[in-house]
Each structure stands twice: as structure tokens, then as C-alpha cells.
Design a protein around this ligand. Structure first.
Ligand SMILES: Nc1ncnc2c1ncn2[C@@H]1O[C@H](COP(=O)(O)OP(=O)(O)OP(=O)(O)O)[C@@H](O)[C@H]1O
Length: 464
């Protein structure tokens, strides 16, 4: 598949010059003239690489700020900066901020192509290293101390050694694939292959070839599909709801018979494969809408597992944040930095729409971007505004704060209400752990909450 390169420059001539050079080499290109269009393109589909001008006229953010914004969303997409008034300081700044390299205008097409191919190659190597790590099993552990995570880990331990099919549902980025790998690693098939097929990103017209493989055609040799490659191991059907209906029917038959024919042939291939599927859609609703086959649902969902959103288990945030920070330090080789208590507290109050994946990306970004001496703890003020702004507003007191308009007694109550609400949120509604942290007796905290009119659902204090 051709690499997809996003070109961000305010000058149309430069955009089309770069576009021409890259298209001639077979790259796919998209263009953006300012920060908002660049970010919209990036969100619509992650490009393989971004070429980013530092000075942009009529743009909300300049190139270095766009670099930050893009890396906050996805730090693994390489960015190459371009500047007309380039000086060594801007170059160093861009590279410190995580840009892959820097090119000055005017540039020769050979130089541009060399940097682009090096950036793509470096990104590919990084991906391969992380794939190897996945296969080595280091990504087959679900971190988290919440009761929900403990229950999921216990269910995985119980079901892994059986040959049961498992359907793992939950919002994007909640660890469904990690759970699938954990099931494989704990199964009797652990020495066999673990093969994943992502039904959402594959072209629907190619999905059957990928699954079942193809018989030799002309000078094309025989190609094994994912089912065959997973023989003796586990096949993960990732985002199974995106599988075309017709293919769903064929998968039902293949599961029933543990066998199938390659595309373009009649030879029966017999396999021994355990299938695990994931979905972030509600499959019952998909069945009702006629987009998912009920018989496939019942075949896949012998044991259902649901991964909760991160905001439903905020107790997991500190352990996950520290784990990803350690991983980031190991893989980047940068000096270790700890997360200060105020940073952890702010992370726990955030809602994490992108779930654990978003937290992981933020840790990669923070390690590179947080100001302060190497080795010093990372403080909450280093967090991007969208994370800090979800912290209760009155706790950041200044003269224009609403609390300043109240008499002391009301102000104290308002503060206590917000403080305790935030702490309860932080400890997932668990009264015992909140009381322990804020230094109150459990019963006294109960009375206080009642007096302040704070509704708290008292969850038992079970942890892993
Ligand atoms: N509990 C966890 N412990 C350790 N790492 C986790 C955990 N949950 C998620 N991750 C990490 O977060 C990232 C996203 O997880 P994963 O790919 O498993 O999510 P997913 O639910 O399959 O997402 P999607 O639906 O978008 O495919 C990965 O880097 C994974 O290693």
C-alpha cells in the first residue's frame, strides 16, 4: 500500500511542488494550508508521515504547535519540518519537540526524498520492534488495580486453558487486544502462533483472501491465509462487526467444520484454531439492524468479556500512567522522570475519551515535552490544557474565581464539596479508600457528604 503523506504549508506553490515530487515517486499525498485543516486531515486518517512548514500565515497554530498537537494524538507518526527562514535554533527546537528531521527551503528534490524515505523506514523499524515486543509477551498483561480489572484477569485465567471462543467487547483503546493476547499466552496453545486480522482496516474485497488464502494463479504462488497461519494457535478477529455479511457466513462454516477452501481452489484445508473476537460496537444492535449474523454471534460469544472505559475505573490510572512512563523511558533511552502527585491527581480526574491508548500516548509525549530538569518529577502544569481543564475549576483559585464572591463559610463548604467530589471520583466512588486518603473516619466522611449534599454510591473496597 502506498504511503500517505500529509503536506502542511501555507504557500500553494510549495505544496504543489512537494506534492509533485512525492506523487512522482508513488506516494499518496494530502494537502493542508493551515493548522485546523492539518489536524482535521490527521484525525480523519492517520498519515504515514507529515511534512510541516514552521511558519504558517493565517493559521491558528504555527508549525511547532501543530507538531505538539499531532504528537499528543499519535506520537508515532514521523514529522519532517520545513522552514524558509530556518536557523539552527528552530531546527534544534523542532527536533527536541520530537520532529524526525528538518529541511530548509529552497531544497533539492533528492534531499526531500532521502529524508522522507529515512523517516518512513525509521517508523517501520519502530513498529517492528513493538511487534516483536508484543510477540515476546510483554504486552500480554493487563495492568490495573480496580475490581473490574481483577475480575477480568480472573476470568481470563479461568477461560484461557479451555478451548472456548471468547468475545471481548468495549470502547476503543480499553485493552481488548491485550486481553486477547493474555488469553493466548495463558492457553495450552501459547507456543503456537497468535495471528490478528483487523476487519476494520482491511479492504472488504480482500478480507476473504486474507482469511482463507489463495491457490496459485498464473505466476502468483499459493498464499496462506490468516486461518491457516494460526493453525495450532489463536486467531484474533479484531473489530469483527466490520466483517462483510457474506464473509460472516463463510466464517460460520469454517468454525463449524474447522476447515475451509482457499480462494480459487477446492482443496480442503483442515485447521485447529481457537478464535477470539473483539468489537467496540454493540453486536446485539448490529444483529437487529441486519448487519451481523446471529449464528456467528452465538458461535463467537461462548464466553463474553467486557472491557470498561477508563473513566469507569479511575483507580487504574496511576498504575497505568507509571507503567507507560517506565515503558517510554526504556524505549526512548531518555533520563527517567517520575510523575508528581498533582499530575497523577489531574490524570485521575480526566475522562479519557481515547481510554488507555490516549493515556499511553500522553506519557510518551510528556516524557519528551514536559519542562524541567531531566530527572525532576513531571508536574501537573506540564499537562496539556485539555487534560488540566477537566479538573474542578474552583480548586484553581484566583481573584476572578466564583468562590471569591462568597462569604468564608459558604466558600469553605463550596471548596469541601468540590474537593470531596474530586477525591471520590479519583477513588472510583470507594468511600473507604477516599476516607483513608483525606484522613477522615469512614462514618465521618459519610456524614460530611450527606451534609454537603454529595451523592456517593458506596462501592466496597475490593482491589486486586
Ligand atoms: N490494562 C492495560 N494494561 C496495559 N496496557 C494496556 C491496558 N489496556 C490497554 N493497554 C495498552 O493501550 C493500548 C490500546 O490497547 P488495545 O489495542 O488492546 O485496545 P483495544 O481495545 O483493542 O483498542 P481498539 O478497539 O481501538 O483496537 C495498547 O498500547 C495496549 O498495550
Amino acid at each position: 500500500m502506498a504511503h500517505d503523506i500529509l503536506i502542511v504549508d501555507d504557500e500553494p506553490d510549495i505544496r504543489s511542488l512537494i506534492d509533485g515530487i512525492l506523487s512522482d515517486e508513488g506516494y499518496e499525498t494530502r494537502q493542508a494550508h493551515n493548522s485546523d485543516t492539518a489536524i482535521a486531515h490527521f484525525r480523519a486518517r492517520r498519515p504515514s508521515l507529515v511534512i510541516l512548514d514552521i511558519w504558517l500565515a493565517n493559521s491558528r497554530l504555527d508549525g511547532l504547535e501543530i507538531l505538539d498537537a499531532l504528537h499528543r494524538e499519535e506520537p508515532h507518526v514521523p514529522c519532517v519540518m520545513i522552514s524558509g527562514h530556518g536557523n539552527i535554533e528552530t531546527a534544534v527546537q523542532a527536533i527536541q519537540k520530537g520532529a524526525f528531521d528538518f529541511i530548509e527551503k529552497p531544497f533539492k528534490s533528492d534531499r526531500l526524498l532521502l529524508i522522507v524515505s529515512r523517516a518512513l523506514e525509521a517508523a517501520k523499524l519502530k513498529r517492528e520492534i513493538s511487534d516483536l515486543r508484543l510477540r515476546a509477551g510483554s504486552e500480554a498483561e493487563l495492568i490495573g488495580v480496580s475490581p473490574a480489572m481483577a475480575q477480568i484477569r480472573a476470568a481470563i485465567e479461568r477461560v484461557a486453558p479451555t478451548n472456548s471462543r471468547v468475545l471481548i467487547s468495549g470502547p476503543p483503546g480499553t485493552g481488548k487486544e491485550v486481553a486477547a493476547r493474555m488469553l493466548h499466552a495463558r492457553s495450552r496453545r501459547a507456543d503456537g502462533p497468535f495471528v490478528a486480522l483487523n476487519c476494520a482496516t482491511l479492504d472488504p474485497s480482500r478480507i476473504e483472501e486474507e482469511l482463507f488464502g489463495v491457490e496459485p494463479r498464473g505466476d502468483q504462488p499459493r498464499r496462506a491465509g490468516t486461518l491457516e497461519r494460526a493453525h495450532g494457535g489463536t486467531l484474533l478477529l479484531d473489530e469483527v462487526s466490520d466483517m462483510p455479511l457474506e464473509t460472516q457466513g463463510k466464517i460460520v462454516r469454517a468454525l463449524q467444520e474447522q476447515g475451509f477452501e482457499r480462494i480459487g481452489g477446492a482443496t480442503r484445508v483442515k485447521v485447529d484454531v481457537r478464535v477470539i473476537a473483539t468489537t467496540n460496537k454493540d453486536l446485539q444492535a448490529e444483529i437487529a439492524a441486519g448487519r451481523f449474523r446471529e449464528d456467528l454471534f452465538y458461535r463467537l460469544s461462548v464466553v463474553p468479556l467486557r472491557m470498561p472505559a477508563l473513566r469507569e475505573r479511575r483507580e487504574d490510572v496511576p498504575a497505568l500512567a507509571r507503567h507507560f512512563m517506565t515503558r517510554s523511558i526504556e524505549s526512548s533511552g531518555l533520563a527517567p522522570r517520575a510523575l508528581a502527585e498533582d499530575t497523577i491527581a489531574a490524570l485521575q480526574t480526566h475522562d479519557w475519551p481515547g481510554n488507555v491508548r490516549q493515556l499511553r500516548n500522553l506519557m510518551d509525549w510528556l516524557l519528551i515535552m514536559a519542562p524541567g530538569d531531566s530527572g525532576s518529577p513531571i508536574r501537573a502544569e506540564s499537562l496539556p490544557p485539555e487534560i488540566v481543564s477537566t479538573a474542578p475549576s474552583m480548586l484553581r483559585l484566583d481573584r476572578s474565581s466564583e468562590i471569591m464572591t462568597l462569604p468564608l463559610r459558604d466558600a469553605r463548604e463550596a471548596f469541601e464539596r468540590q474537593y470531596l467530589e474530586a477525591q471520590l471520583l479519583r477513588f472510583g466512588g470507594n468511600i473507604s479508600r477516599t476516607a483513608n486518603f483525606v484522613g477522615m473516619e469512614r462514618s465521618a466522611l459519610h456524614r460530611k457528604l450527606k451534609f454537603l449534599g454529595v451523592h456517593a454510591e458506596d462501592r466496597a473496597s475490593g482491589t486486586a
